[in-house]
Write a protein that binds this ligand. Sequence first.
Ligand code: GLP
Length: 242
Amino acid sequence: MKFINLGTEKEACHYVANELLKQIITDNKSVLGLATGGTMVGVYEQLVNLIKINKLDLSNITTFNLDEYIGIDSDHPESYYTYMHDILFNHLSSWNEEKIHLPHGSANDLNSEVERYENLIDKEGPMDIQILGIGENGHIGFNEPGTSFDSLTSVVDLTESTIEANSRYFETKEEVPKQAISMGIQSILKAKRIILLAFGPKKAEAIQKLLSGEITTDLPASALYNHPNVEIIVDNSAYSNK
Ligand code: GLP
């Protein structure tokens, strides 16, 4: 696992957008594992610009998102489906909607849905690059502390701390969904290459714990030590070991 402090959020987002760009240029049939959250906004803004400048065709690119809320429809303003379309997909015309995948959080049969999603990852994957944010409690995707490192895509309960952290996007805390579908830790580790980003002082504690090297289900991100190709990209304020 490589820790890389790029100083500012802007530099870090640029690095990641550029790595995604290089992947798309190298293989126009790449499979990208995408994430949501405030951390990724700058990455996608820069990626949109880079793809436009390079006039790249995305019609054979496959994407898989890590997670989606349960209990809100995909057209809800805070669904991850809406986030991805507003920030990334709708800005570039060549995406093939059939190759863009998010879990269906409003599916009637959630057990079939999680199975469908994991099978699709196995069929279309593995991801060439999986990008990840990190929760203040060290979660990746929505895999909260205590999640088995063997977990596959499943229905997960969000912890109080995650509901609190994500309430900034909703009018009231009560509106924040209490459950989500998330790729599991094992699903994430299937990727060929993983890049995790963490910005800001609220992530410093989780990054400090990750830096300690202890591999524990109390810190889901520490599962990444079991993968051979992981970069942790931070800014100054998330990096307590400056
Ligand atoms: C959310 C998402 C994660 C994301 C994390 C951090 O709960 N499920 O995938 O990495 O929280 O979000 P942010 O980037 O807004 O801090």
